[in-house]
Write a protein that binds this ligand. Sequence first.
Ligand code: PHE
Length: 467
Amino acid sequence: MEPKRAQWGSKVGFILAAAGSAVGLGNIWKFPGKAFEGGGGAYILIYLAIVLLIGIPVMLSELTIGRAAQANAVDSFEKLRHPGFKWVGWIGVIVAFIITSYYAHVGGWVLRYVAGYATESGKIYADPLGYFYGLLGYNAATGETWFPLTAIIFGAIFMAATCYIIIKGVEDGIERFNKFGMPALFIILIILLVRALTMPGAAEGLSYMLIPDWSKVTFSTVLSALGQAFFSLSLGMSIMITYGSYLKKEENLTKNTVIICGMDTLVALIAGFIIVPAVFATLGAEGVGKGAGFAFSSLAGVFQQMPGGQIFGILFYLLLLFAALTSCISLLEGVVAFVTERFGWKRTATTVILGIIMFIIGCVYTCSQAAFDIKGIWFDFKNGFTTPIFGDFMEFLTDRLLIPISALGACLFVGWAWKPQNAIREIEMDGKPFGLKGAYSFLVKYLAPICIIVIIVASFATGTTLS
Ligand code: PHE
């Protein structure tokens, strides 16, 4: 008899954990910059349409697969009697592995900024970009580089915190942390939103975000919004399958999907309505989307110019810290769940070993920053994650190729192999009829796969950044 699988302790616990996975650096850093670039309101409308027509059906499919199979992402397909689809889970686990290794380091940088605003905001204001480069072991003025010890130490702290919560388990660790972290994140967001919108000059930024400017929209804007939606909703990464597998049969999958996607999108929108107006107010339209290091350097200008800026600076980075931590936990959990179940390893040992391996791999990313010029920094506000050595390659591999392929696999599995009627039967296990059966079947069989294939083909053809 198999040991009993972990389960979420409460409904709200699951929702917060899944939303915690989705809400991350992608929402707060990437989305506002992309929205600015893609014509403000126009990008927002495109993004909303994508979440509705593709994001929601794909997430519902992943959660349903996990719950039906009650297994990790790889074994789920076997349990549902289509072992031929195991590769979907494998890709997800591999992508989660790769992303965790750098995500934890970036989380460490964010943690450094919380401490930095608390203790030496003057230093950050004096030379925002220099401060950021300094953290990564680079002096732009002299060209000098060094081993970025501080960044590595903070990365280690972040990874250790992630591992600690995972070791505590699904209910006591992941669920409990998210129950505290997610509400804290919403409170901080609202405070920052009020602050940003009441700054003199914010109105211009606000109207930019509200009034669609279609002249900036191109085919690649749409592609980029699709990629952003997948990344932001944590799709194609084995995570929603794993989280779905901890769900009880009486939970309402459709409602949960809509709530999670809604929360993720809401946070992205609020972040956009904080950052763009605040930057318009302090730095003018020119200040937005200035490329490399934007999130670290231009935002310093924003905090410097607002009364009580130091406090808001600390709050902002705390917000990012929560968001990054809850996402990183989910990434690591996807891999840990797979390794513990498949190889029968103990949860604690698996977490520690994987955490250490991923952390060491991530050190390569952090250390490689210093050897390059401004262009290569990960948080290029315009282009998303772009690392100099591995960045372009890794990003291509994960965001443009593997994530869409894994999401495509989930759609093809539900649409054509397992069949929508089986998914619908699983969805209706809670006893409530699923009203949108026809629409769901159509989206998962045709629309979502076709759109995903277009992304994959087009990204090869155009080389568009899709992160
Ligand atoms: N969705 C998270 C974000 O927007 C990132 C993430 C990706 C988390 C993949 C888990 C898995 O930042």
